[in-house]
Write a protein that binds this ligand. Structure first.
Ligand code: HEM
Ligand SMILES: *[C@@H]1O[C@H](CO)[C@@H](O)[C@H](O)[C@H]1NC(C)=O
Ligand SMILES: *[C@@H]1O[C@H](CO)[C@@H](O)[C@H](O)[C@H]1NC(C)=O
Ligand SMILES: *[C@@H]1O[C@H](CO)[C@@H](O)[C@H](O)[C@H]1NC(C)=O
Length: 521
């Protein structure tokens, strides 16, 4: 009886293990063999796909996109052909060869940015009704939408909004205005008696400050006031902290992590949206300090009848674009200058020339500081990791691989920036002199810190001037020196954070910082 029971139990166990274990495993093995060995061999023109057991790579990608991409490069024999990565709902084609990247930027007919932008806007909180309205191409009947002052070229709302931002940042009166606002905020916030928020300790007449905190606050404060005057500060006194904290976690919005995960981005996003929602409903007379682009995007929203929630989200997207990279790039540029005494002296001397009569000449600063420029470019190269996205709209060949419509193209600029055939055997080292030795290196096709093609960053000139301005003001007002460790030893330069999915310039690894000894001149 007992034996019978045991043997039937065993038989049952074998049977179930056959069903629940052996069968699925053999199925998985066959599937994997087919998917990653047989099929690629049968279809050599299709991009190879990185193999996986669990059908999606989202988790890997979120954990470290750098590592996943490096694995993919190795898997394809490092020949930089286009390869594929499967995520939950689509395939990502990873493009890393500089020539293929240029081809992607050129082919605007088959590889669009709009599809990607649409998803981005939904992630940022655009309503369904507004999404329909923003792609509507105005016709003769839409009088309000095509008025001479707002939209003579009859663009749809979203292209109009992009165009407004581009016009704001094109050199000329509008750009001068926003740049002057940024400079005057920098002048006001970089002052000895205001450095408390980033002071680690003071001794005698010196202070030791956190470079990371200094850059974060200073840059976001300047961009906020240049776009919104004092209005957002009045609506939310913590607006700068909230933007910083939103920016730290914005990848959760971009990669559409589900809200039930209790995301870090939720609270700062809500606070920013609360302020912006009030702002967009203020009568124009109470928005008198807003930048030209903000006024015009809101006027356009009015004529396209976009709801307030969506107006606030489009402003959040623009506000974030202006802030996503500035504080990080300033941090790395200043850190590297302080770590290299030689470079520090050279930059001090050349920026001193930008103060001819006691006020800062920004044009001189932009054009006559080759060492600062070289350090800026090298920092963009070493820490720039923008992930540039396009959507495949129709079947397209890139580097003899056939890409299928509906999927996404990803250009990880970090892989270009570390390409040894472009940058030499020391591609992974920070060496600003490479940009001094070859002044046209900043136009190399493997240098893409600001993206390219239709979405080539319109803020690139402003970005540079904002960083140079901060550097010039710091060195003019203070003596600055890298703080040594207790035993007098030079601390290590922070590593970059390679655990958070990166959307632009990398942060320093969590908990790492650079401390600076400062004295007022
Ligand atoms: C070092 C600082 C900056 C870096 C590295 C940077 C990088 C980029 C990159 C890579 C893109 C292209 C994204 C894509 O194709 O998917 C982009 C787009 C954009 N950037 Fe920047 N950016 C910086 C500063 C700024 C600033 C200061 C502003 C505005 C004040 C700005 C405004 C924009 C806008 C509006 C777009 C979208 C353009 C479009 O949709 O056509 N950026 N940026
Ligand atoms: C300083 O010189 C610049 C031109 O280099 C000029 O525009 C500015 O008005 C001068 N400022 C003062 C205070 O003299
Ligand atoms: C670098 O880029 C070239 C194309 O310019 C490509 O052929 C090569 O495989 C890349 N090499 C590395 C090591 O990244
Ligand atoms: C300088 O860089 C450019 C690419 O921007 C390249 O074509 C050229 O060969 C380089 N010159 C030297 C001397 O290395």
């Amino acid at each position: 009886m007992l034996i019978q029971l045991v043997s039937s139990a065993l038989a049952w166990a074998c049977h179930t293990s056959l069903i629940f274990f052996v069968l699925p495993v053999s199925f998985l093995l066959v599937w994997r063999l087919w998917r990653f060995t047989v099929r690629p061999w049968l279809r050599p023109h299709e991009p190879k796909e990185i193999p996986y057991w669990i059908p999606c790579h989202t988790v890997d990608f979120l954990r470290s996109s750098d590592k996943l991409i490096e694995y993919g490069l190795k898997y394809t024999g490092n020949n930089h052909e286009v390869f594929g990565v499967q995520t939950v709902d689509r395939k990502l084609y990873i493009v890393t060869d500089p020539q293929d990247v240029s081809a992607v930027f050129r082919d605007t007919a088959s590889l669009g940015f709009d599809g990607y932008l649409n998803e981005l806007l939904i992630s940022f909180g655009f309503t369904k009704e507004a999404i329909k309205k923003i792609w509507h191409k105005p016709s003769d009947d839409d009088e309000k939408m095509i008025s001479e002052t707002i939209n003579p070229e009859r663009m749809n709302f979203i292209h109009l909004a992009e165009d407004i931002f581009k016009r704001q940042l094109l050199s000329g009166e509008k750009m001068d205005r926003i740049r002057d606002d940024i400079m005057s905020t920098l002048h006001q916030s970089i002052q000895w008696r205001q450095l408390d928020y980033c002071t680690r300790h003071s001794n005698g007449n010196g202070k030791q400050i956190s470079l990371y905190s200094l850059c974060r606050f200073t840059m976001v404060e300047a961009a906020t006031r240049s776009l919104f005057g004092s209005h957002l500060h009045n609506l939310d006194p913590d607006i700068v902290e909230n933007m910083l904290s939103f920016g730290d976690h914005a990848w959760q919005v971009i990669f559409r992590l589900p809200a039930f995960l209790n995301l870090d981005v939720t609270a700062p996003r809500k606070k920013l949206m609360d302020a912006l929602r009030v702002f967009v409903q203020l009568p124009e007379s109470e928005r008198s300090e807003q930048a030209w682009a903000i006024k015009n995007v809101l006027d356009a929203s009015d004529s396209f009848d976009i709801d307030f929630e969506s107006r606030a989200s489009v402003l959040l997207l623009m506000y974030w674009a202006a802030n996503a990279n500035e504080h990080n790039i300033a941090f790395w540029v200043i850190a590297h200058i302080l770590y290299d005494e030689n470079l520090l002296e050279l930059v001090k001397r050349e920026t001193e020339g930008a103060w001819p009569n006691g006020s800062l000449d920004i044009n001189y600063l932009s054009n006559n500081c080759p060492h600062l420029e070289a350090a800026f470019n090298e920092a963009l190269r070493c820490y720039g990791g923008a992930v540039i996205s396009r959507k495949v709209l129709r079947k397209t060949i890139i580097g003899n691989k056939e890409l299928q419509p509906g999927h996404a193209i990803i250009i990880p600029s970090r892989q270009l920036h570390m390409n040894e055939s472009a940058w030499g055997y020391d591609a992974r080292e920070f060496d600003h002199t490479r940009f001094l030795k070859n002044r046209s290196l900043d136009r190399h096709p493997a240098f893409r810190p600001f993206g390219g093609g239709v979405t080539y960053c319109p803020g690139r000139v402003l970005a540079k001037q904002q960083v140079y301005g901060m550097v010039a003001i710091l060195f003019r007002r203070f003596d600055m020196k890298l703080a040594m460790r207790g035993n007098g030893v030079k601390p290590q330069l922070p590593r970059l954070d390679d655990t958070t999915p990166r959307l632009g310039i990398a942060d320093p690894a969590k908990g790492m910082d650079v401390f600076v000894d400062m004295w007022e001149k």
